[in-house]
Design a protein around this ligand. Structure first.
Ligand code: ACM
Ligand code: ZN
Length: 549
């Protein structure tokens, strides 16, 4: 009887593998049409159109090698000349990837019959996303490293036409409040690629630690990367008094950027200025209004000590740093922070006040003259980065005072800043605390690992309910270029915890970034998370928060 039961449950497992559920793809594709039958994927030839670029060919080749290894049946890979014409004339067999210029950026099409799988895309990201979707339709074992010939390596017959809603699909990791190794950052990027994110916002400088090597200013890492302790509870006096720190060398940065590039992810570095700069002030006290002394902060919150931007030598420092740093990141965007810059020191500083007088700034009904001093810094840095071919992104405080054309606003204090910025013609990335702050706990505070105590839990369901166009004028909606979730790490010191905080909430953000509103469905999503994504994340070795029952 026991044996019969065992056989029956094995059958059930195989059946579920056999009938991969099209609803289980996250983010859910734009259009899915199911058909009868299935395609046996183990050991099939995998062919590419010779018009595909080398990065796409490499991606398909490594998918072929991985499928062959895991299924125990080698999948041959080739990129024969004239494949496209042959497919058009005689049809395809095996798995065939074709470049199709008529598709949109990042879009793809998959057509599966019992004889063949035809995949079309225009660009590298399109091919990558087609591969990710195919992986989601295969047994979860595809995300592991061990050979599983006993799994049913089949794909359901169907047609999928897919393209993202937003072009900027970001996830941020704060590597300053706590430092994360290159290996961990790569694992984070692997997870992002699984869910079709395309921007990794890397928060690299903070009051509590400077994390990127700058050759011209070696003290930034010799001094600024280390603090004498860490606030471990909500109380500012709760430092553990243990020296803590670390930084990425420029070689490591290049390695991460190259790794991300192969996953279709552009790295957006953030050098947060002119506030959140205490680590730099501790390294070079002449950068501050008072001259210090300063210490790399051990506590969280907002520091009054900021850069003395009234002095030209501070601006020169910023340009030198950005000159070096921007060369390491080939993407078009550079994040310059701009958030939480108290103006108390500028109000008292003779250099900053002289600069304000020189530039003729005056208080207005809405802003003080020091707000305009920050706008002046933003505009100068924007112009400098433009000479390096970069566009700036800033937190929504950059709207205060003036803002020059071409800046992109990241709306974090709710969506208000994003609504205003898009109405004024600026591009916007929506990233409001209310839906997108993954440092906030996911359930009752007393049942979760420690997280900011001043906010209510941000549940998976709440994240999923975000609609980035809410409150945005129809004319301005074209300026909402994307959505991003942020993982601040004041209370997140360990890799398992960093994963736990983003998973599964990153999957909800992935659907907000990718799916048209009509294609989102909480019941379908939550079932897919539980029945499909959790086994996938187990296989891939990620820690995640289980669902509330
Ligand atoms: C922020 O959370 N200070 C952008
Ligand atoms: Zn000053």
């Amino acid at each position: 009887m026991k044996k019969i039961l065992l056989t029956f449950s094995t059958m059930l497992i195989c059946m579920s593998a056999l009938c991969a559920d099209l609803n289980s793809i996250i983010p859910q594709p734009e259009k899915v049409t199911a058909a009868k039958g299935s395609f046996h994927a183990a050991g099939v030839p995998i062919k590419c159109d010779d018009k595909m670029d080398s990065r796409s060919l490499e991606a398909v080749k490594s998918f072929a090698a991985h499928l062959g290894m895991i299924s125990g049946k080698t999948c041959s890979f080739s990129a024969p000349i004239g494949l496209r014409q042959a497919v058009e004339s005689y049809g395809a067999n095996g798995m065939v990837f074709i470049k199709d210029e008529s598709l949109k950026n990042e879009a793809y099409m998959i057509d599966i019959t019992s004889k063949r799988v035809l995949i079309k895309a225009k660009d590298f990201n399109g091919f990558l996303y087609a591969i990710q979707t195919l992986k989601q339709l295969l047994p979860a074992a595809i995300y592991g490293k061990t050979v599983c010939p006993s799994e049913k390596w089949v794909l359901p017959c169907c047609r999928i036409e897919d393209a993202p809603r937003f072009g900027y699909r970001g996830l941020m990791l704060d590597c300053c409040r706590h430092f994360f190794s290159v290996d961990f950052v790569k694992k984070y990027l692997d997870m992002m690629a699984m869910y079709k994110f395309n921007r990794f916002h890397w928060h690299l400088t903070e009051d509590q630690g400077w994390r990127i090597e700058v050759k011209k200013y070696p003290l930034l890492t010799q001094i600024g990367s280390y603090r004498n302790g860490t606030q471990i509870k909500f109380d500012e006096n709760s430092s553990d008094h243990v020296r803590y720190g670390g930084y990425y060398t420029q070689e490591e940065i290049k390695d991460v950027v190259a790794y991300a590039w192969k996953l279709g992810i552009t790295v957006v570095p953030e050098i947060d200025l002119p506030g959140h700069m205490v680590a730099a002030l501790a390294s070079y006290p002449w950068l501050g209004c008072t001259g210090g002394p300063y210490q790399v902060r051990e506590t969280w919150g907002v520091a009054d000590e900021v850069l003395c931007v009234g002095q030209e030598r501070t601006m020169k420092f910023l340009e030198d740093v950005l000159d070096e740093v921007s060369d390491l990141f080939p993407g078009e965007y550079f994040h310059i922070g701009g958030d939480e810059c108290p103006k108390n020191e500028w109000k008292k500083c003779p250099h900053c006040q002289a600069k304000i007088a020189e530039l003729g700034f005056k208080d207005t009904d809405k802003f003080c003259k020091e707000d305009f001093l920050q706008s002046y810094v933003t505009a100068r840095i924007q112009a400098f980065l433009a000479t390096k071919g970069k566009k700036i992104i800033g937190w929504d405080e950059i709207l205060e005072g003036d803002l020059a054309e071409g800046a992109t606003v990241m709306s974090w204090r709710g969506t208000k800043g994003g609504i205003e910025a898009s109405a004024r013609g600026f591009d916007v990335i929506m990233s409001p605390t209310t839906y997108c702050y993954f440092d906030y706990v996911q359930g009752d505070h007393d049942k979760e690992p420690i997280g900011p105590n001043y906010v209510k839990p941000l549940t998976l369901e709440k994240v999923y309910s975000f609609e980035p166009f809410d409150g945005v004028n129809e004319d301005a909606q074209k300026h909402i270029i994307g959505v991003q979730a942020n993982e601040w790490t004041e209370y997140i010191a360990e890799p398992w915890h960093a994963e736990y905080m983003v998973l599964p909430r990153a999957l909800a953000i992935a659907e907000i970034q990718w799916c048209a509103p009509g294609n989102k469905n909480w019941d379908r999503f939550i079932k897919a998370v539980e029945t499909h994504e959790f086994p996938v994340l187990d296989k891939a070795g990620y820690t995640y928060r289980k669902l509330d029952k």
